[in-house]
Design a protein around this ligand. Structure first.
Ligand SMILES: Nc1ncnc2c1ncn2[C@@H]1O[C@H](COP(=O)(O)OP(=O)(O)OP(=O)(O)O)[C@@H](O)[C@H]1O
Length: 271
């Protein structure tokens, strides 16, 4: 029997291999993606620790979204490999939930909030896609977790930006995944929604899930995350926030685009 076949899934959803060590939720090696002549992501390596909250940080156009899409197979890789809990993504996709950038979704599509969340249950609905009472209850419970249960019957086009973001998070929760990949979950949301989203993400981590977010607000990195991946087409740095989210690494990643005064305000180590 192969090692993969005898993987053990612990109660928290964590995978250990037969030797008892925890599989890396996401390992990226030498990934290069190009939309044209110039690579958008060049030879990026990353190793996302289990049960961590990771921020992918870098300037506009640095390739952060592209890296997530390459992990998910939405855009083709020119080179490199991706493993999810020690397996190719195609074998582990059921363990991954993705929340895309809000702007990339067609919100005019005529569908209700509850139906969007139900999409997260597609694996449970079976071949006939029969929605049973318990599926409905699960979807409502996920909406409850993001404070959107009263909006279940609303058309998605009639939601505010922050409400849309919460609904997509509810869909991801319905997937009951082990690895959550979110592309700018806090973009354009108010303080209350940001608090609601970070509370849900922290509860996922407490439940032994792994969370990875593309993130722009440097002021909240130390509070929200414990691991960072800094990229600007290439990987600039990766590691624990405490030792990697430093003024020097931010200068390296953003170059002249980030004023020294802004870095000073973050009260980071200059190392
Ligand atoms: N579908 C596409 N076709 C062509 N070029 C693309 C496409 N998507 C992204 N790009 C380009 O690839 C580069 C990386 O884009 P990407 O969206 O991954 O950056 P990002 O770091 O997520 O940026 P932002 O912080 O602005 O969201 C950019 O130069 C962008 O213009």
């Amino acid at each position: 029997m192969s090692e993969a076949a005898v993987e053990l899934v612990s109660p928290g959803g964590q995978t250990t291999n037969p030797h008892g060590s925890v599989e890396t939720p996401l390992a990226v090696q030498g990934v290069t993606v190009s939309y044209g002549e110039k690579p958008a992501v060049f030879s990026v390596d990353a190793s996302i620790p289990a049960e961590s909250m990771t921020a992918i940080i870098g300037p506009n156009g640095a390739g952060k979204s592209t890296l997530l899409k390459a992990v998910l197979g939405i855009v083709p890789r020119l080179s490199g490999s991706v493993t999810v809990f020690g397996e190719p993504f195609t074998r582990a996709r059921h363990r991954v939930a993705y929340v895309p950038q809000r702007a990339s979704v067609d919100w005019d599509f005529p569908t209700r909030v509850i139906d969007v969340v139900m999409m997260g249950l597609f694996r449970e609905l079976g071949l006939l896609k029969l929605v049973r009472r318990e599926h409905h209850k699960t979807a409502l419970a996920c909406l409850e977790r993001v404070g959107m249960v009263d909006f279940a019957q609303r058309q998605i086009g009639q939601l505010s930006g922050g409400q849309q973001q919460r609904v997509f998070l509810a869909r991801a929760l319905a997937q009951n995944a082990d690895l959550y990949l979110l592309d700018e979950p806090f973009a354009g949301v108010d303080a209350a929604t940001e608090r609601a989203i970070i509370d849900v993400l922290k509860s996922l981590k407490a439940d032994k899930r792994t969370v990875v977010c593309v993130h722009h607000d440097l002021a909240t990195v130390a509070d929200y995350f414990d691991h960072v991946l800094l990229i600007n087409v290439r990987k600039m740095a990766e590691g624990p926030v405490a030792t990697t989210f430093t003024g020097k690494n931010l200068q390296k990643t953003y170059g002249g685009r980030l004023a020294t005064a802004h870095i000073d305000q973050l009260n980071l180590s200059a190392a």
